[in-house]
Design a protein around this ligand. Structure first.
Ligand SMILES: Cc1cc2nc3c(=O)[nH]c(=O)nc-3n(C[C@H](O)[C@H](O)[C@H](O)COP(=O)(O)OP(=O)(O)OC[C@H]3O[C@@H](n4cnc5c(N)ncnc54)[C@H](O)[C@@H]3O)c2cc1C
Ligand code: FES
Length: 241
């Protein structure tokens, strides 16, 4: 879509809605997928799962979209050479990161999984700029199986070592499995949560998750829209059981 789109870090998101014919009360959150270096356009990677995403997918060329952002916290910028693990449209936060890494001559490693080849939308944008491995549940592209198996295989081969860092975004069960694997194998792991959000800027309390960590100063809950969506896995109480 035409900009201006402000400078946005990987993991930050925007609340989107159409100005007319918006079928639900509230806007919906989406990671920025791509952005022109001068901010003159930006793009989002959407999967139609309900009324909001379907309304956005129906927008015609030239129609307006209301865009609020950038919001939230990015993946940490000081980690060199992270392993990015994405499931489906969880790929979205990684293109800006991959472009920046490629510009520094350090192409990122991307493990990208989906149900089938069609669920690997965006793959062609990464192939020229990242070191990509794919998996599909039905075997139609790459490894036949789960993306966690790809990560495990890289660990076994010594291509990913203890102490390295994984950045992950995708469906909750996949992120939980990645976080657990990282914990077992001594890897740091940051997750970009796709929590259900109502306002996107801290007023509704609809997006809280239970946390434990120094940056929360003893407070047991965190608003994903303000202090997330990116959390280190060890900060999330849900992942400790
Ligand atoms: C920070 C962030 C970034 C996101 N980036 C993207 C993106 O780049 N591309 C993209 O396609 N989507 C993204 N999402 C997810 C998207 O915002 C939601 O799926 C949104 O609710 C879809 O709106 P909808 O009206 O189409 O469907 P809804 O009516 O909101 O939901 C449709 C169905 O999905 C279920 N559902 C929705 N959200 C969740 C959830 N968090 N957990 C479990 N079930 C849920 C609902 O219960 C319902 O069954 C992101 C979410 C967050 C928080
Ligand atoms: S979405 Fe409203 S407080 Fe986070």
């Amino acid at each position: 879509m035409d900009g201006p789109i402000p400078v946005t870090g990987p993991g930050q998101f925007y609340m989107l809605r159409t100005p007319t014919r918006w079928p639900v009360l509230l806007p919906r959150p989406f990671s920025l997928y791509d952005r022109a270096p001068d901010g003159s356009w930006g793009s989002f990677l959407l999967k139609g799962v309900g009324p909001g995403t379907n309304a956005l997918l129906d927008v015609d060329v030239g129609e307006d979209v209301l865009v609020t952002g950038p919001l939230g916290r990015t993946f940490p910028a000081d980690i060199e050479d992270p392993v990015c693990v994405a499931g489906g449209v969880g790929l979205a936060p990684f293109l800006l990161l991959a472009r920046a890494a490629k510009a520094n001559d350090r192409p990122v490693r991307l493990l990208f999984g989906g149900r089938d080849r069609a669920a690997l939308a965006g793959l062609e944008d990464f192939e020229p700029i990242a070191r990509v491995a794919t998996s599909t549940d039905d075997g139609s592209h790459g490894h036949h199986g789960l993306v966690t198996e790809l990560l495990e295989r890289m660990i076994e081969r010594g291509e990913v070592r203890a102490g390295e860092t994984v950045f992950c975004c995708g469906p909750d069960p996949m992120m939980h499995a990645v976080a657990k694997l990282c914990e077992r194998r001594g890897l740091r792991c940051f997750l970009s949560l796709e929590t259900y959000m109502a306002c996107g800027y801290g007023v509704c309390n609809g997006c809280t998750v239970e946390v434990d960590g120094e940056r929360f100063r003893g407070w047991p809950y965190s608003k994903t829209c303000l202090e997330g969506p990116v959390y280190e896995a060890c900060e999330l109480v849900e992942l400790r059981s």
